[in-house]
Design a protein around this ligand. Structure first.
Ligand code: NAP
Length: 511
């Protein structure tokens, strides 16, 4: 039997009195031990114990560990795909692609830390003769923050879950991880945890470096973020859940950073020239982006702003043509399908909203796309129109001037992305819009669609609240490691480094 349905705590697979059953789209439902606050305490204590050795491992050791996790995941590839498909309803090709992205992320962080440039070290040499006062020798480096709690995401069972980008970046930084598995995919979570466990053993690391706790309800997640030994939290999920956990982190006697990636409507602005020349083409492209993965991407381009025109009519007709009659796609969980249905219904009942594509959600959590159209006046009247409806949902807002486009852009809440569709003749219009959009989103795109987030050095997957709770940080790409590092300055310690035997100080001396 590939699965045992237990938690991985400090190298041991532990059961619990209570259990919960998985709710796969197809295949057998399995039983898993439910998390408890006692298990949270055990995992956090083990992570703290592990921190003393793991935080001082060499970059080579951590890189070898990350590469071994990737190898161990590949060794379980068939089971990962099987459980992933059963539990999420996502197609096999998506699971295979996401596995490649997940192992790619692990390997990317492995190579990233081998170049110490990631530490951004600074050195101000001593100036003993400076007047009126001498200056000390000052060397700054970055150190891991401590044990990190990570919440797996429902919509990326691999790339944002058990050994996803948050875990990979935290382990690369030198932080042990306590992972709260998402209840939507416990079998997938366990098989990946088995891969991490095997890598810990092969690399001879402290077993507390990684623990997995599944189920047990909000009590478990709340105990985790409140635990005094947890130093930071990584989260991907809903605004409501993320905000609740963020508030708990802030209310702790010792507040800790909460890196939450919450939600976004990823506005797309269609500039007049592009709309006139390519309205239909952009409409078809938007429809494809909107329905990718049943619209369950944080970068789904949910809201479009365009000027009323022939190009706008062509855009709407092409989008309608591409979306109507599309086959239903299974949503990740019954809860997400239900929330989608409620969100659609709420907007359908609003004044000034007309239906372009009438989707539906069937009882087997399968959804077809929905698109509504509204005016800029109604956009400003109804705050709820700017809320994310997670799923294959789009809203088109009609404007009558570029000035209105500026007003709309200024009114936006924080976003992960903003997109402009533009041609050469739109240059001036884009130039005046960009300073507004830069204040709203972490990533600005021209003539593309925001779904599909490259994992690389320059990527920013972040943005002002409510897109995230962490403003200047990114949860995708190599800069994601910054979230788990603290600046430390060593003043006049270099002179004694040989005796101190502190690796980080010794290295600072050598440079
Ligand atoms: P969620 O409800 O926010 O849950 C995410 C994780 O946080 C789960 O492990 C959940 O625990 C935990 N949690 C939530 N609220 C909590 C609280 N008050 N106290 C303690 N723990 C809490 O997100 P979801 O389950 O992934 O999906 C629900 C909705 O989230 C979707 O409909 C969508 O709106 C949004 N979502 C957005 C994105 C995005 O990237 N923008 C991605 C995924 C989901 P339990 O397992 O115990 O429930």
């Amino acid at each position: 039997m590939a699965l045992h349905g237990k938690h991985l705590i400090a190298g041991a697979w532990l059961g619990a009195d209570a259990s919960f059953a998985s709710d796969p789209v197809f295949g057998e439902s399995r039983t898993f031990a439910a998390g408890t606050t006692a298990l949270v305490d055990q995992a956090a204590q083990a992570a703290e114990d592990a921190f003393w050795s793991y935080s001082t491992t060499s970059a080579e050791t951590r890189a070898a560990f990350l590469n071994t996790i990737a190898d161990e995941i590949e060794a379980r590839a068939d089971l990962v795909t099987q459980f992933g498909c059963e539990e999420t309803g996502l197609p096999e090709a998506r699971l295979q692609g996401e596995r490649g992205r997940t192992t790619g992320q692990l390997r990317l962080f492995a190579s990233h830390i081998l170049d110490a440039a990631y530490l951004g070290e600074k050195h101000d040499p001593a100036l003993p003769d400076r007047q009126p006062l001498p200056r000390s020798d000052l060397r700054m480096t970055k150190r891991p923050i401590g044990p990190v709690a990570i919440f797996g995401a429902s919509n990326f069972p691999l790339a944002f879950s058990t050994a996803g980008g948050d875990t990979a970046s935290a382990l690369a930084a030198g932080c042990p991880v306590v992972l709260r598995g998402h209840a939507a995919h416990p079998a997938t979570g366990e098989i990946i945890a088995q891969a991490v466990h095997a890598a810990i053993q092969k690399c001879d690391l402290h077993p507390g470096v990684f623990s997995l706790i599944q189920g047990g309800g909000f009590e478990v997640g709340q105990a985790l973020v409140r635990h005094p030994l947890i130093a930071a939290v990584g989260f991907t999920g809903s605004l409501r859940g993320g905000r609740a956990l963020y508030d708990l982190c802030a209310q702790r006697p010792e507040p800790i950073p909460f890196f939450g990636e919450l939600g976004s409507v990823n506005p797309m602005f269609l500039m007049p020239e592009a709309l006139s020349a390519r309205g239909a083409e952009i409409g078809a492209g938007w429809a494809a982006s909107l329905t990718m993965g049943a619209g369950q991407f944080c970068t789904n381009p949910g809201v479009v702003f365009l000027l009323e025109s022939d190009g706008a009519d062509a855009f709407l007709a092409a989008a309608k043509g591409a979306l109507e009659g599309q086959a239903a796609q299974t949503m990740l969980t019954p809860g997400i399908a239900e929330t989608f249905e409620k969100g659609r219904g709420h907007i359908a009942r609003m004044d000034g909203v007309t239906c372009l594509v009438k989707g539906q959600v069937a009882s087997d959590r399968a959804a077809t796309p929905t698109v509504f159209v509204t005016s800029v006046e109604d956009w400003f009247r109804n705050d709820d129109l700017s809320e994310e409806v997670f799923g294959p949902f789009g809203l088109v807002v009609k404007l009558s001037s570029l000035e209105q486009m500026h007003e709309v852009a200024k009114s936006l809440k924080g976003q992960l992305t903003c997109t402009v569709q533009c041609d050469q003749g739109d240059l001036a219009a884009v130039q005046s819009l960009l300073p507004i959009l830069e204040r709203k989103a972490g990533r600005l795109l021209a003539n593309g669609f925001p779904t599909g987030v490259e994992v690389c050095d320059a990527m920013v997957h972040g943005g002002p609240y409510p897109a995230t709770t962490n403003f200047g940080a990114t949860s995708v790409g190599t800069m994601a490691i910054e979230r788990w590092l603290r600046l430390v300055c060593y003043q006049d310690l270099a002179e004694f480094a040989g005796n101190l035997k502190l690796q980080q100080v010794e290295r600072a001396v050598v440079r």
